[in-house]
Design a protein around this ligand. Structure first.
Ligand code: LLP
Length: 432
């Protein structure tokens, strides 16, 4: 199947990590997010070992926790010796509560508020990835009051268009993120950072986009950033110690998507970094990469129960399920593709063309168009949307006051609820 942690039982039921998912939904209720712990760990290990093999011990993988953030994720990352990327006080708090070592936390975001900056400093966040001059000055001021020298990276915009979908492209000059080299902004903020007493510039960061399948994007980014590092050394006598190349490696949502060989990709990027550093007589900086999607996406699946099958002769057939854009807004936002199957009828031929839709009160609440399901699909059947581990739970909302789904983590043996199911009382909890 699309990922090798998925299989079909003799009785035609979908299995994740060798467990029939129809049993799990009966036990934990519907709808439900499932996550496969071994798959998460496998994905992390791929990166951690590839980075170490290519760049040596100084390299570090940072899990971009915006892809899926709850306490258990930070516990797993701690055990796997990865760092994490956070983007809000909420993610910092979750990491702190899970006992994650704060010196391995990188705080991103294009508009960190004063409160968030103070919160991060109070909790000893290792690095701020600084996006603007306003932010730089506030960090310097607050760090000064605390008598600390705060380590920072500066977010640089390399001026690369990744040809991914617009909402996730960030490398181009007019991006809301970072400071473009081309406009001179990068150099100005670098100069200022070097002159401030309470920040210590460790190096530079860039992130060019998401769902990227080729190493070429990272190679171009590395080339541009290393040239920039050499230029800054020439002008200001400062040589960066760290280079963070961001996240963005793609995952398979459909059978037709390519399979990515992370190890080979990182080795190719490494070749470029070594060649370029030699050419510019630079010391190879400590490399960071920040995968989010490719750590969790294929470790996740969402299970729903079918409520109705509405056949509109001559038009289309709607299969309505008990979740929707409130637990997965990605089709509504990006027309994101997914593989959708009938989890209890895997051995039946899928001959019925359907639109799988949610229960929210709007026509845009679609999980996927053009889904082939068995003709017998009916109320009570279990529909699985695959590869939902990234940007589903983390982007869920309470639209229509629908409680958020629980997350059940499938461990090596047995499974555990790592996020509890919300109730309608939870949804109304803050109303006064
Ligand atoms: N680093 C930075 C600075 C980022 O902005 C991101 C993603 C990542 C790393 C991780 O990228 P990944 O490896 O996950 O592609 N909500 C969208 C994705 C937004 C990505 C935002 N930044 C979606 O559902 O596709």
């Amino acid at each position: 199947m699309i990922c090798d942690n998925l299989s079909v039982s003799d009785t035609g039921r979908l299995q994740m990590a060798d467990r029939p998912v129809t049993d799990l939904i009966r036990q934990y209720g519907s709808p439900l997010y499932l996550m496969d712990e071994e798959r998460i760990r496998y994905n992390v290990r791929q990166y951690v070992s590839a980075l170490k093999e290519t760049f040596g011990e100084s390299a570090m993988m940072l899990y971009a926790s915006k892809a899926c953030s709850f306490k258990e994720m930070y516990r797993i990352m701690k055990e796997e010796n990865a760092g994490v990327d956070v983007v809000s006080a909420g993610e910092i708090y979750t990491a702190v509560s899970a006992g994650f070592p704060m010196d391995k936390v990188y705080f991103h975001g294009n508009n960190k508020t004063d409160d968030e900056i103070a919160f991060a400093l109070d909790h000893g966040v290792g690095y701020f990835v600084v996006d603007s001059r306003e932010e730089l000055r506030v960090i310097n001021e607050f760090a000064g009051k605390q008598g600390v020298s705060q380590k920072i990276l500066l977010r640089i915009t390399p001026g690369i268009d990744t040809h991914t979908y617009e909402a996730v492209a960030t490398g181009q000059v007019d991006s809301k993120f970072g400071n473009a080299i081309e406009t001179g902004l990068a150099e100005e903020i670098t100069k200022e950072a070097l002159n401030l007493p309470n920040v210590r510039l460790s190096g530079f960061h860039c992130h060019v986009g998401s769902q990227v399948f080729d190493s070429d994007t990272f190679i171009r980014a590395a080339d541009i950033l290393l040239t920039y590092i050499a230029d800054i050394r020439e002008k200001y006598g400062y040589e960066a110690e760290e280079l963070d190349l961001g996240g963005g490696y793609g995952v398979r949502y459909l059978e037709s998507d390519p399979t990515l060989d992370i190890k080979a990709n990182i080795a190719e990027v490494g070749q470029k970094v070594f060649d370029k550093c030699r050419e510019l007589s630079l010391k190879v900086p400590a490399i960071r990469m920040e995968p989010g999607r490719s750590i969790v996406a294929d470790a996740g699946m969402t299970l729903y129960t079918v409520g109705s099958v509405k056949r509109i002769p001559g038009y289309k057939t709607y299969v309505s399920v008990d979740g929707g854009m409130s637990d997965n807004p990605r089709y509504a936002l990006y027309e994101a593709p997914y593989t959708v199957v009938c989890a209890d009828k895997m051995k039946e031929d899928a001959t019925l063309l359907t639109s799988v839709v949610g229960k929210c009160c709007e026509s845009g609440d679609v999980l996927q168009e053009k889904v082939m399901l068995p003709d017998s699909v009916c109320r009570g059947d279990i529909v699985a949307v695959l590869t939902t581990g990234a940007y589903n739970y983390s982007m869920a909302s309470h639209y229509n006051r629908i409680p958020k789904l629980p997350v059940v983590m499938l461990g090596k043996t047995g499974e555990r609820v790592v996020v509890a199911r919300e109730t309608v009382e939870d949804v109304a909890r803050f109303d006064r």
